[in-house]
Design a protein around this ligand. Structure first.
Ligand code: GLN
Length: 201
């Protein structure tokens, strides 16, 4: 069974870890490049993407995570994590300068597009492949404004893309770890099993 990692620098990483453990998946917290060894998939949690990006720099994680993907690992970014996966990030507060990202997924995201913290909300979301709507928790969420050719749209809210997949990359605007519904974590485990080669495991 493949081992999953959760980037544990900042944000809602414990919730992701608990959810994966509940599903019986072996899981490790990732703080250092060496923690990536032996993983098949990595979740980048929600939180605050500027802070997380700074910690990625401090812990020298940018290139090791890109290399992990290049070796065949799968990545799922939720909310701030989706921002870190994107090739194009818009809407960063100007005082922070250009936003660093992993530059992996062919999407353009706009930060804080669903409004201020007080505008956080939960909504039943129709997700491709799921029979029943998923209770999606949005907290100052980014929207996916543009998707490249190889990107499959899995869910939209109010006509805006909030869940998308590109091969071994998954990005969600919302926080599936903050509900008790395990179906998106199951979806990611399925994606890992389907796409990640035995040799990377
Ligand atoms: N607003 C945060 C950011 O832009 C993301 C919010 C979240 O992860 N819940 O980084």
């Amino acid at each position: 069974q493949p081992t999953l990692g959760v980037l544990a620098l900042q944000g809602a990483f414990r919730e992701h870890r608990h959810r994966l453990q509940t599903l019986g998946a072996p899981v490790k917290e990732v703080r250092l490049p060496a923690d990536l060894r032996g993983l098949s998939g990595l979740i980048i949690p929600g939180g605050e993407s500027t802070t997380m990006a700074r910690l990625m720099t401090d812990y020298v994680l940018w290139q090791p995570v890109r290399d992990f993907y290049a070796r065949g690992g799968a990545l799922w970014g939720t909310c701030a994590g989706a921002i870190l996966l994107a090739r194009d990030v818009q809407g960063a507060p100007p005082q922070f300068g250009v936003q660093d990202s992993l530059n992996l997924m062919d999407i353009r995201v706009r930060r804080n597009a669903f409004g201020r913290q007080v505008d956080s909300f939960t909504t039943p979301l129709a997700v491709a492949g799921l029979q029943q709507p998923f209770p999606a928790v949005f907290i100052r969420a980014p929207v996916i404004e543009r998707v490249g050719e190889g990107v499959e749209i899995l869910a939209e809210h109010d006509g805006q893309v909030v869940l998308a997949r590109q091969g071994r990359l998954l990005a969600s605007s919302f926080h599936p770890e903050l509900t008790l519904d395990p179906r998106l974590h199951e979806l990611f485990l399925g994606l890992v099993n389907e796409t990640v080669l035995e040799s990377v495991r």
